[in-house]
Design a protein around this ligand. Structure first.
Ligand SMILES: [Fe+2]
Ligand SMILES: [Fe+2]
Length: 159
């Protein structure tokens, strides 16, 4: 079983690659929409699972203000990502300058967010959780991802 930082690193790489492709795809509206949905679906599950398995654990490190702060900050940055996903979903003009601008800000936000996670947050995880605990956290992350996927599915079929 990989530990949590390995899992997250792999998913971050995939998300950053997709965000980069999203910004470069300026001509073909259909291709851009497909990349967008791929990124949005994957990253939304990643965020919800990360909140449940990682940010809650950091917030639980009550004797370390930095860890608690990092947990809270993570939620705030995810909510900004969610907001941009919503805005981009609502507009069908995927090749318009406005859509492109939102996509670019999304990419920059993601780059900043991933840098902070893989820097500060990973250091904190290594400081407060041993390898066995980080493996357990990876399992919790995968379980949370599955449950986020099923609730996304059921809310889609209810719509
Ligand atoms: Fe992440
Ligand atoms: Fe995150």
């Amino acid at each position: 079983m990989p530990e949590i930082t390995d899992l997250l690193r792999q998913e971050h790489d995939e998300a950053l690659t997709l965000a980069d492709r999203l910004c470069r795809e300026e001509e073909d509206a259909k291709a851009r929409r497909e990349i967008f949905h791929q990124l949005k679906d994957a990253l939304t599950l990643h965020s919800r699972a990360e909140e449940a398995a990682v940010y809650e654990a950091l917030k639980g490190c009550k004797d370390d203000d930095e860890a608690v702060k990092m947990g809270h900050e993570g939620y705030v940055e995810h909510s900004l990502v969610d907001y941009l996903f919503e805005k981009l979903t609502r507009s069908s003009a995927t090749t318009s300058p406005s859509w492109s601008a939102h996509a670019m800000v999304l990419k920059e936000l993601l780059e900043h967010h991933v840098e902070e996670e893989q820097g500060e947050a990973f250091d904190l995880l290594e400081k407060h959780f041993d390898a066995a605990a980080r493996e357990k956290m990876a399992q919790a992350f995968l379980v949370a991802k599955d449950s986020a996927a099923s609730s996304a599915k059921s809310s889609r079929s209810a719509a």
